[in-house]
Design a protein around this ligand. Structure first.
Ligand code: ADP
Ligand code: ADP
Length: 220
């Protein structure tokens, strides 16, 4: 249930090969770092996992099913792909209430995720005044609404201060410790140090390495 399986995924944008025969599995109970330079194809892969982009070939399964076939998608996969999709005039808590309502999720989950993401003091403020770090927290809160077994975050530490980075690391760790599958992307290997248990490294859309962090350190 708590898995993402990517098999032979391919995507081109005109002449650009964004994802090229990519296969990997994101397993339960660990944080999998998805690493590669800017333009390597991480976001495109994540968008295809969520059915936001149609692959030219291959499959992406969430808990064994294509995302688009899930009847309760927010309860199967939570994702933060873009922290910017917020209405500036909407208060943080109302934003989450609206998402919960649209996703058929009980409103009581809203206060749970507000607490989990440390947004209690900001819940009644308008999102327009939020710092990047606060917007990231709100995006993560939205991803956690459905209490999903699979989580996916695209560059969640971008623009965060060291305190925010430490906080996200701890949160991802505790989500994995609960048995969830967690995929987190970064263009910097150093950002995932001490945060990820497993690494999937890509370059130009192709798999470069798929390895446990322990095995990688043993080899070095
Ligand atoms: P990453 O997330 O690793 O930075 P992306 O998946 O965003 O990489 O991009 C992979 C490649 O696909 C890049 O060359 C990028 O310019 C290209 N690309 C991504 N999205 C589009 C799009 N909508 N239209 C055209 N090219 C795109
Ligand atoms: P699917 O058919 O999309 O695979 P299901 O309808 O079988 O999904 O439900 C998947 C999981 O989501 C179940 O474990 C269920 O308990 C949980 N779930 C369904 N609806 C809600 C909800 N409104 N709030 C929280 N969890 C829910």
């Amino acid at each position: 249930d708590a898995t993402i399986e990517v098999r032979g995924l391919r995507k081109r944008y005109g002449p650009t090969v964004a994802v090229d025969d990519l296969s990997f599995t994101v397993g339960p109970g660990r944080v999998t770092g998805f690493v590669g330079p800017n333009g390597a194809g991480k976001s495109t892969t994540m968008r295809m996992i969520m059915g936001l982009d149609r692959p030219d070939g291959g499959t992406a399964l969430v808990g064994g099913k294509p995302y688009r076939s899930l009847r309760t998608p927010l309860c199967r996969l939570g994702a933060m792909l873009d922290a910017a999709a917020l209405h500036p005039a909407r208060r943080a808590r109302d934003h989450l209430l609206w998402l919960a309502h649209a996703g058929g999720i009980p409103a009581r989950r809203v206060d749970t995720v507000i607490e989990l993401t440390g947004l209690t003091g900001a819940a009644r403020r308008r999102a327009g005044g939020f710092s990047l770090g606060m917007r990231q927290r709100l995006g993560i809160a939205a991803a956690l609404l459905g209490d999903p077994p699979v989580l996916m975050f695209d560059e969640p530490v971008n623009g965060l201060d060291p305190e925010g980075i430490t906080w996200i690391r701890g949160l991802l760790r505790s989500l994995a410790a609960e048995g969830r599958a967690v995929l987190v992307s970064s263009h910097l290997m150093s950002e995932l140090e001490g945060g990820a248990d497993h690494l999937v490294v890509i370059g130009r859309g192709r798999l470069i390495a798929d390895t446990g962090v322990g095995e990688l350190l043993d080899a070095a």
